[in-house]
Design a protein. Structure first.
Length: 436
């Protein structure tokens, strides 16, 4: 039975200390799964390039992946609302992920790789919402922040380990066979989840995720879309029609700033691996560069929260955007000026700064701003519009990136990514602290 929101915070789950330890240990079952999916994006791009694909092929594959992730977020959200059991969805997601990863052993064309990658986008999204709700359903409210932090750290650690394993594997063994240990690890998570996860006594509605800041941040970190209903044209019109109202105008500026950020991210992230490969940098060193960025991001998230609490959120977000823009600009200039392994040097320095430190500061501050501006009466429509804009921005950036890099060069793509971040910072500076 679904509890109403007035009762959900007062409900207490009584258990002994030993039972609590067994109940909450399920968080660690996500570790092998995240080890498995951590290197998949980089691996898929390298496999496409190994088959003599171009950056256009990479861009189309990433665009398809992002395109599928939007309806996936909607579908699995609705499934979670109507199927009031968590374990079957999580276990099925991990098993389906394992089967798809192992299927890469049997594909030989770029189109087949792209389709498998898109299917991975669909099945990996299934576990995101149930995992978040499990934290809230199995922990007391005063422990939510700690457990969400543990879940986030476990996921980040897993993805980092996956990239480190891939770095050594690509040096010693053929890249194609990397999918074997990754698929086995996802199966391991399925088995651990089936054994360790206990169905909660109290089931919450999905809407409760936006009532707690830690849940909200963790959910969007895992998948940057939340749809409580399919957004309608009227939801978008409402924002633009109310431009004459100061508060609505501030929200629009905030959403446009986020749109520019994700447009920039789509441009840069789609072309960075092909740019490294085009400079004849080995697969091992490419995985190493991505791994260092994720390690820096994981470490930065530990301090981003306290730092954002001590400083004005708008200032933190704009400074992070400027830092990320500088990093993109330097990498773009290096792509134009440097050749061979010399290009790796700025990549190893500025990729961790931009994708690690700057991202963690921007993510934490910007989503706290968005959380603070949500209105109780319009959460569904506001998050629907926000998620749709994010999805469109990422897809558009990925699609443009491949063609722009192919025809104009990687340096042009990275330059535009840096410019869009400056535009994002400029729009954010126009958002008055009054609305936070």
């Amino acid at each position: 039975m679904i509890v109403n929101l007035k009762r959900c915070f007062s409900k207490r789950i009584h258990a002994s200390g030993a039972e609590n330890g067994r109940r909450f240990s399920w968080v660690y079952s996500v570790l092998p799964f995240n080890v498995a999916i951590g290197p998949i994006g980089t691996l898929v791009q390298l496999l496409i390039l190994q088959l003599k694909g171009s950056v256009v092929d990479v861009g189309l594959a990433v665009t398809l992946f992002n395109l599928v992730s939007i309806p996936a977020a909607m579908i699995w959200g609705f499934v979670t609302d109507n199927f009031h059991r968590r374990k079957p969805i999580i276990v099925a997601s991990y098993m389906a992920t394992a089967m798809l990863i192992l299927s890469f052993l049997f594909v030989k064309t770029i189109n087949e790789i792209s389709v498998l990658y898109a299917l991975l986008s669909f099945v990996t999204a299934a576990s995101t919402t149930p995992l978040n709700l499990l934290v809230m359903e199995t922990e007391r409210k005063n422990k939510w922040a700690t457990t969400f932090a543990r879940l986030s750290m476990t996921a980040s650690l897993g993805q980092t380990l996956g990239l480190i394993i891939s770095t050594f594997w690509s040096y010693l063994l053929p890249l194609y066979f990397l999918v074997v240990p990754l698929g086995v690890l996802s199966m391991l998570s399925a088995g651990l989840s089936a054994f360790m996860i206990k169905e909660p006594h109290v089931i919450f509605e999905r809407h409760i995720m936006v009532m707690d800041r830690h849940s909200f941040l963790q959910r969007l970190q895992a998948l940057p879309y939340i749809f409580f209903r399919i957004p309608k044209i009227g939801d978008f019109r409402k924002i633009f029609r109310t431009m004459r109202f100061e508060l609505a105008r501030q929200h629009l500026l905030l959403y446009l700033s986020v749109f520019m950020f994700y447009l920039s991210s789509g441009l840069f992230n789609t072309s960075i691996v092909p740019s490294l490969q085009a400079k004849q940098i080995s697969d091992m060193l490419i995985f190493l560069a991505v791994a260092l960025a994720i390690i820096c991001q994981m470490m930065s998230f530990r301090y981003a929260g306290p730092y954002c609490e001590r400083n004005p959120l708008i200032k933190v977000a704009t400074r992070a955007l400027v830092l990320r823009s500088i990093c993109y600009g330097v990498i773009g200039a290096s792509a134009y000026l440097l050749y061979g392994t010399l290009y790796l040097i700025p990549a190893l320095i500025f990729l961790p700064l931009g994708a690690g430190l700057a991202y963690s500061l921007y993510y934490t501050s910007s989503y706290v701003i968005i959380f603070n501006t949500l209105e109780d009466r319009h959460q569904g429509s506001s998050l629907g519009v926000f998620s749709a804009l994010v999805g469109i921005a990422i897809m558009l950036g990925s699609l443009i990136s491949g063609f722009m890099s192919f025809h104009l060069g990687f340096h042009v793509t990275f330059a535009f990514a840096a410019i869009f971040l400056i535009v994002s910072a400029w729009l954010l500076l126009k958002v008055k602290p009054l609305v936070l």
